[in-house]
Design a protein around this ligand. Structure first.
Ligand SMILES: C[S@@+](CC[C@H](N)C(=O)[O-])C[C@H]1O[C@@H](n2cnc3c(N)ncnc32)[C@H](O)[C@@H]1O
Length: 234
């Protein structure tokens, strides 16, 4: 069954525009880019790169990025926007890439979209070189347990439900309709720890720009987390 991404690609590209949506431009981009600003990374893999926005941001900072995504229309758009970029059709669960081949692996709001999380985390750790980092931005598990719609859109207090149970919901917004996976935070942590990765950074970022009413709304509820996991050298 389709996960909605092929059908939603056109609306997704329109919604991202040239800069990205509120979540990206007003909450996540700045703290994500802070993690890559110190020159530690020269090569990156962006898993679930969409239309290539974050790959282009990395390229602008001198980090050579490969973007993979299973949605053909999004890869086509990424190639159109950056013809010299390296964009490939692929799924996180089986990366056709060599072991230890990237300084940095990025998952920017994609863990919630990946149906088979355990092999995806294994693959992300495998392609990371020792000393490299897996940088994750994700919806918090409190948020995904309050889907669909995250009640706040209706002016309701979001109700967290079925928290400990992995499940998938259909979400719709602005012409996009895709599946989103909920997993408890412990599922993510157990899989990442199980790969021997070490947590070096954890943040629940707050909006730093945008309309004041929206900033206030995003401060009321748990929306996003950012984690950087390091692959040990020893
Ligand atoms: C919410 S979008 C995020 C796109 C991009 N990272 C960004 O921040 O703009 C989720 C992306 O995950 C991709 N995706 C869905 N299933 C996937 C899978 N199994 N492996 C890798 N990416 C997947 C979708 O095609 C989509 O581009």
């Amino acid at each position: 069954m389709s996960d909605g991404w092929a059908e939603s690609a056109r609306a997704w590209i329109a919604d991202m525009g040239s800069t990205g949506d509120f979540a990206r431009t007003c909450v996540l981009d700045r703290p994500m880019l802070e993690r890559v600003a110190d020159g530690r990374f020269t090569t990156a893999l962006d898993v679930g790169c969409g239309e290539g926005r974050f790959c282009r941001m990395l390229a602008g900072r001198g980090i050579k990025a490969v973007g993979i995504d299973p949605t053909e229309a999004l890869i086509a758009e990424a190639r159109r926007r950056e013809p010299e970029g390296d964009y490939r059709i692929g799924r996180a669960e089986k990366l056709h890439l060599p072991d230890a081949s990237f300084d940095l692996v990025v998952s920017y709001l994609t863990l919630i979209d990946i149906p088979d999380l355990a092999p995806a985390i294994t693959e992300m750790a495998r392609v990371l070189r020792p000393g490299g980092s897996l940088l994750i931005a994700n919806l918090t598990s409190f948020n995904t347990a309050a889907q669909p719609g995250f009640g706040a859109r209706l002016g309701l207090r979001p109700a967290v439900d079925r928290y400990l149970e992995e499940h998938v919901d259909w979400l719709s917004w602005r012409g996009i309709r895709v599946q989103n996976w909920h997993r408890p935070l412990s599922t993510y942590m157990a899989l990442l720890l199980g790969q021997g990765l070490e947590l070096r950074h954890f943040a629940e970022p707050s909006p730093y720009a945008g309309p004041s009413a929206r900033i206030a709304r995003y401060r009321r509820a748990p929306w996003f987390l950012i984690m950087e996991w390091r692959k040990p050298t020893g």
